[in-house]
Design a protein around this ligand. Structure first.
Ligand code: PMP
Length: 295
């Protein structure tokens, strides 16, 4: 599903067939989750294939590695160029791109000496098959920033996300809404959260969440369109009074939330602020003007 016999990936300075690529079974990343990655999308735009916010993603990858002391020497521009080459070699334009920094064999709990970098891409349509999501409030909290570097996109952190999504599905929901260590709303297992109340959008501040690149794009859209937005901490109970809500992330894009713990939002999505953001986001990634969405 992610590759065929013909797929080419970038691995440590070379473009090779995915089926011929090798990773060491003694890698510290495989045993302890000590590695970092990104999730990026490319779109077929009116101006050709564009990797959306490539620089921001690679800067975050550098920051993730720096925060956990993974020695990662690649430059942002170099990584961006490699990404375009991966897309070209695989004839992809609408694609999901997965850069992964993984560590050399090391069974002790010490800093890795050497790292490997792989960049793969594949055709990935919508992350969620539904138009809107039914969420539950997860029993799993997001990791405490005093336990891990929550701002880093580190492989091992995703055990927490997988547990939350599995639990949500077992309970018959589409996805989980996760709280932070104080019981305040944080984010989804792989997306940031916004809600609307009386003409204002609210989202949790940075600190206990991943600083999403889509989250900051949404904030830019709000500025551009003069839509009031506030960052604040809030309890899940506050959402039962909210008008609408959405998740946003590179894979998920902007997706409506229909209900939380079975309780639907007051406003239909078609009248929500989220719909305007969703339309604007689609335009931005496709390099189209979005001024029309305000009229
Ligand atoms: N939170 C978490 C936990 C995530 O894994 C992601 C996906 N990277 C996001 C938020 C959204 O981040 P972005 O918009 O940069 O994809």
């Amino acid at each position: 599903m992610y590759y065929t016999d013909e797929t080419v990936i970038f691995l440590d300075g070379k473009f090779i067939k995915a089926k011929d690529a090798k990773a060491d079974l003694f890698s510290q990343t495989l045993h302890y989750g000590f590695g970092a990655f990104e999730g990026i999308r490319a779109y077929q735009t009116v101006n050709g294939t564009k990797v959306f916010k490539a620089h921001e993603h690679y800067e975050r990858l550098q920051r993730s590695c720096a925060l956990v002391h993974i020695p990662f020497q690649y430059g942002v521009e170099e990584l961006t160029q490699i990404t375009y080459q991966v897309l070209e070699k695989n004839n992809l334009s609408n694609a999901y791109i997965r850069p992964l920094v993984f560590c050399s064999p090391n069974m002790s709990l010490t800093a890795p000496k050497e790292i490997s970098v792989m960049i793969a891409a594949w055709d990935w349509g919508k992350y969620f098959s539904n138009q809107s999501l039914r969420l539950c409030v997860s029993s799993y909290q997001r990791p405490n920033p005093k336990s891990v570097k929550v701002e880093a996109k580190v492989c091992g952190h995703y055990v927490n996300s997988i547990m939350a999504t599995m639990e949500a599905k077992e309970r018959g929901f589409d996805e989980a809404l996760m709280l932070d260590m104080n019981g305040l709303v944080a984010e989804g297992p792989g997306a940031n959260f916004f809600f609307e109340k009386e003409g204002v959008l609210y989202t949790p501040p940075l600190g206990n969440i991943l600083p999403g690149i889509t989250r900051s794009t949404v904030m830019d859209i709000c500025k551009e369109l003069d839509m009031p937005l506030e960052e604040k901490y809030f309890r899940p109970e506050e959402l039962f009074e909210a008008d609408s809500a959405f998740f946003c992330g590179t894979a998920a894009e902007v997706i409506a939330i229909e209900s939380i713990e079975g309780q639907p939002f007051a406003k239909p999505w078609k009248n929500s602020m989220g719909l305007i953001i969703q339309e604007a986001y689609k335009c931005i990634v496709l390099d189209k003007s979005y001024s029309y969405v305000i009229v």
